[in-house]
Every structure is written in C-alpha cells, then in structure tokens.
Design a binder for this molecule. Structure first.
Ligand code: PRP
Length: 215
C-alpha cells in the first residue's frame, strides 16, 4: 500500500505538525534531519511533502497529496474545494483591519484604500459591510503600505501585535480567528477513508487530549 501523502506548510506549522506526529508516536527523524529534501517519510505509512501555504491547497485539490496542514487564512483566501476536517489548535492568530494609531479608518466620505496579502478576504470583509473599498495586493510587510501613504489601512494577520505597535499602527476591527487546519482531498476521503479517519482521530486526540469542538 502506498503511504498517505500529507502536505505541510513549511515553517511554523510544519514544526508544530511534526511535534504532533511525535506525540502520536510516529518516527519523524527523516523530517528532523531533512536538509533540502522536500518529500520525507514519517513512520512507515505516511509521507510528508513540504510546501508553501497556497501550494498545500493546490496539491490537495489536485489529489497529488491526500491531506494537508494549512492556515485558515490561506483557506479563506484560496477557497475550499476539499474537506476541512480538523482545527489543529496551533498557529493561532487573527485577521484584523489595522491603520495609523489614533486615526478613524471610517472618517470622511472618500473611498478607502486597503492593502493586503489577502485581497479576497479583504473584499469579502468589506462586502459584508456593503462598503466599496479599493484593494491593493501586497506580497509582504503590508504594514509599509499605510506608512508610505499607499493605503488608509491594511487587512493582515496579527499574532503578538508587535509589528503593528512598532510601526505606529493599531487594530481597528477584528475580521476572523485563524488556526491551522487539517484538510483532505475529496476523492482520497472516499478511497482511503479508513486510513484517513484513523490518522485524523490520532491527530485530534494528540492536539486536544481533553477533547474539544471541531471547526
Ligand atoms: C506576519 C504578518 C504581520 C506579522 C504579525 O508577517 O503579515 O506582518 O507577521 O505578527 P505580530 O503580530 O506577532 O507582529 P510575516 O512575518 O509572515 O512576514 P511578511 O509580512 O513579510 O509576510
């Protein structure tokens, strides 16, 4: 039987997932000593694929990976043509609208400009308020956009809040809670149901030993 393939978002979510696998009892030594290798075994029934967040979704949607671990932020931005089966509880942060400290984002009548790495999330947020805004896509360090005068605000991930604080910005409004999610390809869910359910149950137990709510 070929191993179950699970795409992990490189970086923090990868690290937290490997710790979770070790808690379950899987041998993660290959991932711990990975060097530049991108496909690695975990135990003898799982293979992990290390990818960037949006690519985790692409590989799972196309069925070349059976499962994936990705942030809810990436899911909200890129849609969900897959099953989201588990909130893993780590990678917690939130989406927020932020802007220059002490300035009312909504003041005045002119159309607002908002910069974000997440244009779809930003548009959906303002559509839910029936408000027209101009959205400008920025690839990183979005906090620069209002500082340089490109935008009135940003929609971005806030974790500790220090990036905002150190750049004279503040949260204006909460948009959504974010955490890492386990996602499953729709065909794999049918074809390898038993193995996927078993792994999901193990991950759920290790992530939330006292039990807890599903997403
Ligand atoms: C994220 C996010 C904020 C920062 C928030 O950026 O876009 O800039 O972290 O974290 P904090 O509230 O703890 O300060 P990331 O480090 O991923 O870099 P990027 O902006 O270049 O993508």
């Amino acid at each position: 039987m070929k191993p179950l393939r699970i795409a992990l978002t490189k970086g923090r979510l990868e690290k937290d997932t490997v710790e979770l696998f070790e808690k379950i009892g899987y041998d993660c030594s290959a991932v711990r000593n990975k060097g530049r290798k991108l496909i690695l075994p975990v135990g003898d029934r799982i293979e992990v694929v290390l990818a960037k967040a949006a690519d985790v979704i692409t590989y799972v949607e196309h069925g070349v990976c059976d499962l994936g671990v990705v942030g809810k932020d990436t899911i909200m931005e890129n849609g969900s043509r897959f099953y989201e089966v588990l909130d893993l509880g780590f990678g917690r942060c939130r989406f927020a609208l932020a802007g220059p400290k002490g300035k009312d984002f909504y003041e005045g009548f002119s159309e607002k400009t908002v910069a974000s790495k997440y244009p779809n999330v930003t548009r959906a947020f303002f559509e839910s308020k029936a408000m027209d805004v101009r959205v400008i896509k920025i690839e990183g360090s979005v906090e620069l956009a209002p500082l340089l005068g490109l935008s009135d605000g940003i929609v971005d991930i806030v974790e500790t809040g220090s990036t905002l604080r150190e750049n004279g910005l503040e949260v204006k409004e909460f948009v959504a809670d974010i955490s890492a999610r386990l996602i499953v390809n729709t065909a794999s869910m049918k074809l390898r149901k038993r193995e996927i359910e078993e792994l999901t149950a193990q991950m759920e137990k290790a992530a939330r030993p006292e039990g807890g709510a599903k997403p």
